[in-house]
Design a protein around this ligand. Structure first.
Ligand code: PGA
Length: 232
């Protein structure tokens, strides 16, 4: 079971250091844990979590090794820092920064080739679900990805991200089962995962972990979710 905390644009280096120091001193057995700080806080997180089982991943990664791509960071640069992986294709990247299935796949491919682990996020919008298009959307998004030992998919329905509206365990199980029939990789659920709903979501057979946003920002709630995962 893998629990990844996506900090989004929260926690600069000082706050990240404080969180990592406390996380480092927390007993976390039987679960794989990853934190995904903003770029500027990756170095301190890598440094403070070195020698622990907790991994550090970026929230995005460019497909080129280097070049004239203002504002971007490449996979070799992340590797140099000791970063273990990267999220690609988050719905906020798609919504606000023009990311597409193609750019997501290109980022994923280059990151995997450079030796990073990748969490590729997929998921339908509320309108797509209401129109009965969920499976078509997931099929299209996953078609751009290739199975890889270092690839994990995160199913995050857009309508559940940051809204407090979690998918029911049945919806998550159905979507994960469908995704697994298309691509044989571990699938995380994401979208308003909290300590209160983690057990029912994580106990679904096709749910291999969670990508946690809001609830990963507080140590107590993040640790509670990690411990729930460890207990299942
Ligand atoms: P949330 O975010 O847990 O705050 O809904 C999840 C995510 O965006 O990865």
């Amino acid at each position: 079971m893998l629990i990844a905390g996506n900090w989004k644009m929260y926690k600069g280096p000082a706050e990240a250091a404080d969180f990592c120091l406390r996380l480092r001193d927390t007993e976390l057995e039987g679960v794989d844990v990853v934190v995904c700080p903003p770029f500027v806080s990756l170095a301190v997180a890598v440094q403070l979590l070195a020698g622990t089982e907790i991994a550090v991943a970026a929230q995005n990664v460019h497909w080129e090794v280097e070049g004239a791509y203002t504002g971007e960071v490449s996979a070799p640069m992340l590797r140099e820092l000791g970063v273990y992986g990267a999220i690609v294709g988050h719905s906020e990247r798609r919504q606000y920064f023009g990311e597409s299935d193609e750019t997501t796949a290109t980022r994923a491919r280059s990151a995997l080739a450079a030796g990073l682990c990748v969490i590729a996020r997929v998921g339908e919008t509320e309108e797509e679900r209401e129109r009965g298009e969920t499976e078509n959307v997931l099929r299209r998004q996953v078609a751009f990805l290739e199975a890889d030992d270092n690839l994990v998919v995160a199913y995050e329905p857009v309508w559940a991200i940051g809204t407090g509206k979690t998918a029911t365990p049945e919806i998550a199980q159905e979507a994960h089962g469908f995704l697994k029939s298309l691509l044989d990789v571990p699938i995380l659920y994401g979208g308003s995962v909290k300590p209160e709903n983690a057990a029912e979501l994580l106990s679904q057979p096709a749910v291999d972990g969670a990508l946690v946003g809001g609830a990963s920002l507080e140590l107590d709630s993040f640790v509670a979710i990690c411990r729930t995962a460890a207990s299942l």
